[in-house]
Each structure stands twice: as C-alpha cells, then as structure tokens.
Design a protein around this ligand. Sequence first.
Ligand code: PEP
Ligand code: MG
Length: 869
Amino acid sequence: KKWVYLFEEGNANMKELLGGKGAGLAEMTNIGLPVPQGFTVTTEACTEYYNQNKKLSDEIIDQINNNLVILESKCEKKFGNAENPLLVSVRSGAKFSMPGMMDTILNLGLNDETVAGIAKSTNNERFAFDSYRRFIQMFGDVVQEISKDKFDKILDDAKEKNGYKDDTELTAADLKAVVVAYKKIVKEETGKDFPLDPKEQLLMAIEAVFRSWNNNRAISYRNMNDIPHDIGTAVNVQSMVYGNMGDDCGTGVAFTRNPATGQKKLFGEFLINAQGEDVVAGIRTPKNIDDLKDIMPAVYKQFHETAELLENHYKDMQDIEFTIEKNKLYMLQTRTGKRTAAAALCAAVDMVEEGLITKEEAILRLDPLSLDQLLHPTFEEAALKAAALLGTGLPASPGAAMGKIYFTAEAVCAAAANGEETLLVRKETSPEDIEGMNAANGILTARGGMTSHAAVVARGMGKCCVAGCEAIKVDEAAKRFSVGGQIFNEGDYISLNGSTGKVYKGSIKTVTPELSGHFGKIMEWADEFRTLGVRTNADTPRDASVAVRFGAEGVGLCRTEHMFFDEARLPSVRRMILSDTKELREKALAEILPMQKEDFIGIYKALEGRPVTVRLLDPPLHEFLPTEDKDIEALAQDMGLNKVDMLTVINGLEEFNPMLGHRGCRLAITYPEIAEMQTRAIMEAAIEVKEACGFNIVPEIMIPLVGINEELTYLDKVVRNTAEIVKAEKKSDIKYLIGTMMEIPRATLIADKIAETAEFFSFGTNDLTQMTYGFSRDDAGKFITDYKDKGILPNDPFQSIDVEGVGKLVEMGVTLGRKTKPDLKIGVCGEHGGDPKSIYFFHKAGLSYVSCSPFRVPIARLAAAQAAL
Ligand code: PEP
Ligand code: MG
C-alpha cells in the first residue's frame, strides 16, 4: 500500500488522503509554482498508526525513508550531513483545516554537527544556533511534551543577564549557551539525551503529529465544527526555506480578498526577517502586505500574480502562506480562505459578476447558518455616540458585543453557563482558549494582527473580535486590564465593535442591522432557484414585520397562547379558565376578544395580504394559572372566592403529564366557546383589515393536536359556524381555510381521512418528534447529550429532523393527504423548519413551505435554494 506521496504525485482532489495542506502543496507543485519540495504521509497512515496501537508499521517507515532519499537528491542536500545538511519542517494537515489545532515542527534535522554546516553555508553562526535552539524548544514541546515555560525561562534569563530587551540581541555565543541549557532540560525531563539522529527525530516528529490529532483542543475543535474524529491527519515533510536569514528574507500570510469584508484586494501581512509561525502567533505586529511593494517590488509583483493565478485556478478566495528567502519567493500553503459571512456573501456575488463562478455555485458555496451573523444586532448609534472609547485595536471579526470581562477560558465558560453576557480578554489567544472563545459574546486581545489566532478563529466562529488593542495592558494573573489610567476588573462591563476595532466602556445598546446589497442579491438568486415556500412563526406584529423584512412569504404559525400571557390580559384569561359556568366563561372571553382581535389586525397589516395561519389555543390551561401565593390571593379576591377554594380549583387543573393531557384541540372540544371567540377575533380582524387596506386576506385557521378524525370534523363545524355568522354580520364574502396540525403520529397514519375535512396541513415536528420517540421535548436535553456521546443518536432529533423515523411519518402524511386532495397545501412549523439539513429533507418530501422564526427566514430561503439545486 502507498502510504507516502511526493508532492508531485498528488493533486487538489486528494484532500481526503493527503489532507488540505498536502493536496494544496501538490497542486501548487504541479502548476509550476515555487514550492519547497517534500512529501506527504497520508491520513491512512495516521489511521494505521492508531490501529497498530500508536506504532508506525515497518512498511510506512520504509516508505518514509525511501522518499527521504528522493527528497535529498532533489534538494542536493543530505539528512544529517555536516557539510550540506537537509532540514525539514513537519506539519499536520487534515482534510478539513483546523488552524493551530495540531502541531508543527520546524528545522528538523539539526544536531551538533549539522548546525555547523548551516552556520557555514549561510555564513551566519548566530542564525544557525538560533534555529537550533528553536528546534529543540519546538521538539521538546511538541514531541516530548516538555512545558514551554521551562525553555522560555532560560531564554528570558539569558536576556536578563545580558540586559537585552529583544531576542534579536542574543549573540551566537549566547545562543550556544542556550542550546546547552535546553539540552539539559530535555535530559532532566525525559531521562534521555536529546535525539541527535535526524532520522530518529523525523519518525518521532511524525508520530507526535499523529498523536496531536487527538489532543484536547483538536477534539473540541472537531466537535464544534462537526468534523469526524476518525479521518486522521496527514503529515507534510517539506524542505525548509528561511525567512529569517536577514533583511532580504521574510514570511507572510495573505488572502486573495479581504476575509472580513470580501473586498477584492490582496489582504495580508508579513514580517521581514522572521520565521513561519511568527506572523500567526502574533508575537511581533506585522506589516501590511501593501508595504512589500516598496520593500521588495519584484517579489511583490510575483506574489501578486501568483495569488491571482491561484484564485483563478481554485475559483475561490485563497489563504496563502509564503516565505521569502534571500529575495526568492516560496509558496508554503494555499487553502480556501476562511471568511466572515459578510465576506463570503460579498465574494460570492462579486465572483458571479466577474464571471468566475455561476449563480448556482455562489448559492451552493454559502453556509446558510452563517447568514445568522449578518442579521444580528449592531450598536445603537445614539448609545454609541454617548459611549466612552477606551482604545482601538484591529477590526478582526465584525459584529457588536458587550459583556462582563473574563481573563481565562475557564472563567468565561463558567460565567456564560450561568447565563451572563461575557467577553474574553487576553494578551493573545492560543488554541487552548478555543472553548472560552466559543462561550464568550466577543473576544479582545492586546496583541497580534489580523491573521493572529484570535482573529482567524473568531472569524470562523462568526464571533465579534477586536485584536491587537495595544493601548490595553492586560494582567491575566491579577484578572484586570488597565487603559489610560483606568482599571477594569473581572466582571466589569465593556463593549466591542469588531467591525471598527473600537473598545468602549460599559454595555452599549444594540439594534437590528440593515440588509445590505450583497445580501439582497443572494436572497434574490436564492428565490429564483427555490421551489419551497418560506413562512415565519410569529405571534406579534413586531416579529411579523421583522420576518417580512427578512423575506417571509407569510405566517405559517401564529401561536395564540403567547397573546394570553400578556400581563394586562392574564386576569381575564384566568377568569375564563376558572369560570364554572358557560355564562361566566363567555363573559371573560368577551373581554379577551378585542385584545386578540387587535393582535390579529397588527399581524395582518404587517403581512400586507400574505397568508397568515392562526392556530387555536394549544397549551394545557394550568400554564396560565398563578403559582405564587400573592398572585393566588389576588385572583381569589378578583373572583370572589376564598383562598382554599381557589387552590382547590387550581389543583384540579393540574395534570401528571400535561404535554399528553388536556391541551390542543381537546380544550376546544371541552370548551367550544374558546374556539368560537378565537375564530370571531380572526375573522373580524381579517374583514376589517381587508376592507381598510384592500389586502386580499384569506385567514387560515389551524386546529392543533388532532389525532382522531372526529376531533377535526367536530371542531371544523364549530369554527365554520362562527366564521359564517361573522361573515353574515359583517356582510363579507371573505374566504377562509380550516386546516390542521400534523403532530400526533396517529394523524399522519390517517392523513387521507383527515384531508377530507382539512384544507391544509402543517407538520408540527416538535410534537411529532416528541411523540414518535416518546421523548419529552422539555426533558430530553438531559440525556440526549449522553446519547450523542455514546453514538446512539447522531444528533438531537429536536434540532434536525430524524429522516428515518419521524421523516417517514412526514412522507406518509404527505402521500396520504395528497391522495385525497392532490393540491393540498402542506407546511411545517416545528423548529426543524429553520434547520438547513431538515429543509433539504422537506424539499424532497414535497412540502409546500417551511415556517421558522424570523431570524431563520433568510437561512431557510438559502437552504431551500440549495435543496433545489
Ligand atoms: C410543533 O409541535 O411542532 C409545533 C409547531 O407546535 P408547538 O411547538 O407550539 O407545540
Ligand atoms: Mg405542537
């Protein structure tokens, strides 16, 4: 079996086997770009390594050695040779990019002899020993798991002893002494001498990279990004080039377009006289790529052309790493650039307009869930004007965030778990901080550039981030930072604007964003392709108008009970529930009627004639009753009862299992007058708005929780009678529809019968999932995590539809329903209506529309278009 590939043997399509980095290096090699030569040990070798109990097989080792010989002859250098040594970098690279999550080792091949060869060939002893000490430190850290601090301390001591400020002041002699001290640490910590045989170093490094696939941060990164755990990483062994041999050298990272905004302009940073990781690690603040034009015009021109070539070749924004060694450009990596949702949109639209990709490709390239980032609030302008500016850093990842500051990932996670709004503040972040970054509203760092760890990871997460805010002096140990003479302690509020880089004192109010031009364009294209309708779940005129702004084509579910919870209305609602005679109940209902009607009028107006489905009261009645003593007493007084009698009535309404109890259509069967009142409110509101505004309104009245055909036929009569009475009273010829929820498994099984009465269906996949699994939707969260961890469920069926089981009921409901009424309008209004994966399924199942919360509407439009393509 082939476990190792020379770069020239691979190509861009071999990501699975060679990892993203390996495939990119192979592709660049084959299009003739200047890539330092090397080879890739495959992801299959990684899996094999784990299968063999973390051991490299002889066959893999042989292939590594054989390829090493080829590499030596290509580079005309020899591994371990004192005169002309080959040095390599060893880097991880999985199929999916996991920036900074796994390990890298540079300068491998250095030992006491080869260091002399490097000193001689570069005519730079200092450089040689600096590389050597870096190598021992990296090797010690990554391969031998020796704490970095131990090495740092030696370096710091050496600087202090000599009164130096910068690493660069250390002389060759100083560095030689550091090397000796480093080796001593290795001996102390591992009980063995530092390995001097380069081949041994190489095999140890490769194994260490394979092991790093399963370090904690890599595992949590994969969990967060839905990357499978069993695909392994490849290892790239590549001959070293040096960006740190002098002022005619450098290293950098650049994107072919701006990864924060999408603007088509080379965007990146570089450092003169620096090595690979220095830019990304945020240790020195790098220069803008534009400045390279003045410093090294020829190299800049070549890089610019290469970047353009790569973007045209891959037809997507590239994230490119390069090194300049003595004025010669080398490409070290190219990959699809991670970008913010705004940048993704902008680049996709621009690329269509540039003729680089088609509209379909643009649609398919976007992640529907990421649109969420564009819909979230920004700071309210007035509040922002009044806010006190503390400092300005780099606008590393856009959006607005406010919260209490915390200085460690653990503290943020703990506070966020308590429901606090939090921000993570660090000198600079490292991959260990990833969970804290995920939990926080936003991230602030004092050091590092636009391609620093914090910036890259935050953009990937769509999280607001201000990086490199140098005005802020962070003292992580004391849990505070100071800026301009003010001290901010853990728990104090600040606000961050990731779009401008500004940091403010206190918490600033936020507002809903405008939907920009690129956004509108993508939505317009999505609408061209999709066949599935998109409605919204909205219970208030305000939600309804937000949803319309986001492109909702109607209301798929108006949960009327939410209108009952309003404080001003609760007394009437409670009297309605607790009345022991029909007369009293009707009196209370008469009080509620105008309020319900007012809500419907607002929603009809917001929808401007688009369809609105209103569902009759659904939850068990006791949910509306008071639980606190003082409220119970007030209610007793209001109803002229003593407290004991009041409690007896309230307790009488309690149920062992309310979700399976007296709720949904069962309520209206017991108390038809509730359905009558609601129908009257719906019809009167519709007639009034129709007449006043000229909208062609056809109210859709929906009966929940039907499982027995006769439930529907009974209530259909009640609703229809009332509707006809209202029409006659108002002398209106308004049309209306009466339909039902499909949320009880039994209903889907007899959907053909139900469709004889129902004029539309709407799948309530929340209840349908609850009752199909027999999982309480309110309690299942407790154990679903265990189910996922143990591989019993792939994901939470309340979030993403269970195609195999619940999906089968949906399909059956659709087929049977349309057997009776071929044109039956069928929607879905459970949470799944806003979940892209579920939307793909609903499209296939032939539904007419999905209905989701307002902020999910654009996501659903895009997902529906993707489903259709
Ligand atoms: C459902 O059950 O999916 C539904 C939309 O209704 P509710 O969530 O209000 O029970
Ligand atoms: Mg339901």
